[in-house]
Design a protein around this ligand. Structure first.
Ligand SMILES: Cc1cc2nc3c(=O)[nH]c(=O)nc-3n(C[C@H](O)[C@H](O)[C@H](O)COP(=O)(O)OP(=O)(O)OC[C@H]3O[C@@H](n4cnc5c(N)ncnc54)[C@H](O)[C@@H]3O)c2cc1C
Length: 466
């Protein structure tokens, strides 16, 4: 009997799992049937590239598609686009499927099922949130909608488009750059005291100053109350963002308010979820307590190796790796997802922002006593043309000296990728003193003779020594 595997959600995690399962099973000489259901029009595309496509760095949306539906089918996956899984019955081994365009439903049986339904963007429950021109950014269709809307505003207005980004996380700041590149007057509004709450507030302050230098108005400590709309052709379009601090004119609003794990289907099927709202899996990406049920990507929780806690971190880097691990096991091999340390990078124009490990608040919550090492340095040797300011902050545990986290804000190329040296150090439980003396490369076009990461580590080691 050929095993039938049904994959729910056909993007990063789902299709990594499907492709890897087929490869591993084939290597073992087993033939499996893989059916993948995707409710949208798209499969295997880079949502991460959407801000750069909207900005104009990437020519068109096709460029963001890593593998088309046709390519997946040629590789042996029965990929059904515009098919939504509307109910999952784990005991009966069936999925209820709705053909979105036809509206018809049918039942599909499976031997094993993969839940890879991703995350849903937070959409505020405030008046006017459904008005035209209020656009969340998650899918290629969202990117196309925003580009169309910007063209429309350009046709209607002789003066620059007034754009408000609600949410100053990494998607918010990346979209702010895209809007600047369209000639918009850009304002970012967030309820937190500083942008980029994935950093400590002192590093967020640096981000704020640099974003303001780009001409973006940054409004913080402002909670969204709603959107004022104006009517046109029987429709309403956004004209103002209303917060508890003030109201702001807006021809377009981009929402970057974060995401939550998309677990509605899984929860209704009785699959276990954790405190952070994601599906609970073991390191093989098997759903806990459920035979033949697997999950990966933005819909699951991940184990944080530093805090030793389960967290929900919705990033493509994890979705792809988890999908591959899942597919290996599903295909009959053995693999484990080893957890995360919380590395992420982002940019707005020349400003690069990166983080790994714990912020001060996370370290305190996890019960660590820590010291901080910090340095203001440069991206290249100070005398080398193009050298730009760069700040690195590092946390190390009192007593053991083990690194707990690092954050980087730099004004030039090469800033953000330095976080990878820190991530490797965290992953391997290195101390601040060890990182300070690690043999990293040096040449003037790439770094000062002491790399800023190593100076921050050295400063942390000195703080530990008292
Ligand atoms: C603008 C933007 C920029 C980003 N930048 C980065 C970055 O720089 N680095 C990074 O690591 N990550 C980034 N991410 C996050 C990254 O894109 C996601 O973490 C990744 O796509 C998650 O993959 P996934 O397969 O788990 O979920 P998704 O990509 O969300 O795929 C889930 C799929 O399931 C489908 N689906 C859901 N429910 C059903 C159902 N019931 N039936 C059928 N289909 C269903 C959805 O339509 C969707 O296609 C970015 C995301 C966005 C939106």
């Amino acid at each position: 009997m050929v095993r039938r595997i049904v994959v729910l959600g056909a993007d990063a995690a789902g299709m990594s799992a499907a492709s890897q399962a087929l490869r591993v099973a084939a290597r073992r000489g087993e033939s499996i049937e893989v059916v993948a259901l995707e409710r949208s029009h798209h499969t295997s595309y880079s949502a991460c590239g959407i801000p750069y496509w909207v900005a104009g760095d990437v020519a068109n949306q096709q460029t963001l598609v890593a593998r088309t539906a046709e390519q997946h089918r040629r590789n042996g996956i029965d990929l059904r686009i515009r098919h939504e899984a509307i109910a999952l019955d784990v005991d009966r081994r069936t999925v209820e499927v709705c053909e979105v365009d036809a509206g018809s439903t049918s039942t599909l049986g499976f031997d094993e099922v993969v839940v890879a339904t991703g995350a849903v963007p937070v959409r505020p429950d405030v008046p006017g949130a459904d008005a035209a021109g209020v656009i969340g950014i998650q899918t290629l269709d969202d990117g196309a909608r925003l580009l169309g809307w910007l063209d429309d505003v350009k046709r209607r207005r002789s003066s620059p488009c007034r754009a408000v980004v609600v949410g100053a996380g990494y998607i918010g700041v990346e979209m702010a750059e895209a809007l600047l590149r369209h000639g918009c007057e850009v304002r970012i509004v967030d309820r937190a005291p500083q942008p980029m709450t994935t950093l400590d507030p002192d590093m967020g302050t640096l981000v704020r100053a640099a974003i303001e230098d780009l001409g973006v108005d940054v409004v913080t400590g402002a909670s969204l109350l709603g959107f004022e709309v104006e009517s046109h052709d029987d429709n309403s379009r956004v004209r103002m963002v209303v917060t508890d601090r003030d109201s702001y004119d807006a021809d377009v609003v981009v929402l970057g308010m974060g995401v939550r794990a998309n677990t509605d289907l899984a929860a209704a099927a009785g699959l276990p979820t954790g405190a952070r709202g994601g599906i609970s899996t073991d390191p093989r990406m098997a759903v806990r307590g459920q035979d033949g049920v697997w999950a990966a990507g933005d819909c699951v929780e991940s184990f944080d190796r530093i805090s030793q806690r389960w967290v929900h971190v919705a990033l493509g880097t994890h979705a792809n790796k988890q999908g591959r691990v899942l597919g290996t096991n599903l295909g009959g091999g053995h693999a484990k997802f080893p957890g995360i340390v919380g590395s992420a990078a982002s940019k707005i124009c020349a400003l690069e922002i990166a983080r790994t490990g714990l912020r001060e608040v996370d370290a305190s919550e996890a019960g660590f006593q820590y010291v901080v090492g910090r340095v203001e340095s440069t991206t290249r040797a100070g005398y080398f043309p193009g050298s730009k300011p760069l700040t690195v902050k590092m946390l190390a545990e009192q007593g053991s000296g083990r690194l707990l986290g690092a954050q980087i804000v730099g004004q030039g190329a090469g800033s953000a990728q330095r976080i990878d040296a820190c991530a490797i150090a965290l992953w391997n439980e290195m101390t601040a003193a060890e990182l300070a003396m690690t043999d990293l490369s040096y040449a003037p076009p790439f770094s000062p003779v002491w790399d800023p990461v190593q100076i921050a580590a050295r400063n942390a080691a000195e703080a530990l020594a008292g």
